[in-house]
Design a protein around this ligand. Sequence first.
Ligand code: 3PG
Length: 306
Amino acid sequence: MKVLVATEKPFAKAAVDGIRNIVEGAGHKLALLEKYTSVDELYAAVADADALIVRSDKVSKEVVNAAKNLKIVVRAGAGYDNLDLAACSEKGIVAMNTPGQNSNAVAELAIGMMIYASRNCFAPGTGSELKGKTIGIHAYGNVGRLVAKLAKGFDMNVLAFDPFVSKEAIIKDGVTPVDSIEELYRKSHFLSLHIPATAETKKSVGYDLVTKLPKGGCLVNTARKEVINEDELIKAMEERTDIKYITDIAADNQQILNEKFANRVFASPKKMGAETAEANVNAGLASANQIVKFFTSGDKTFQVNK
Ligand code: 3PG
């Protein structure tokens, strides 16, 4: 079988070496398409691939159609909003993610961004500390849980809202569950976003929620830009001149945000949440192992297009 790793943002060398060992060790062939600049390169590379490993690379209907032999695609990471699941299902292609493998990297970055924001983006002047402040975790999944754990180490008061996680499970971690999303935003100096981008969550964080943040509130986005209603965020930040927006994923309107709210916004030049050697190795190797297991025994444990 031919396994293609197609990564516009390549894995660290250690991850690629590890993937190669697993794939070739199981008797399969490995092909690499890194730092590609046009989708045509992806169409050509995927044409005879049996398996595909990607990061945030878009696996659109066109990519699926170009991949005549494809049986499995693994998104090396958590969010699989870049995969056209319907197109995969239509062709009988199994789509998977690698949940949890890069969560620590994202959680550390979220905390780092909070420190950066509370120290005035490292501009001279008096900042503030995380200690004693309240952090609201919006969605208590793999990343949210780790952010909560790290925040407790900073002596922060940790709240969480997640309708899909029981209050008991949240309390067991020493975190306080709140009853509504509005309550979470109303009480949180730092609001850390960890919702996936789905039809339900897209543009779901807008004026009503952002303006609920307490004075000096800071919205930290290490999730997806799509979950923000950008027009409403701008409106909220125009009215509330105390609110900050710190994001790892530049908004579509980032230039407008930068111009309007110079000292209150920051966006990473390129999404860097999972961009650590450790996360690359964890997610890359997990992807390769999942593919080998699938070909060996039909294992579909992390399938997301059931
Ligand atoms: C994820 O969903 O796992 C992260 O956003 C990582 O994305 P990346 O592989 O593009 O860094």
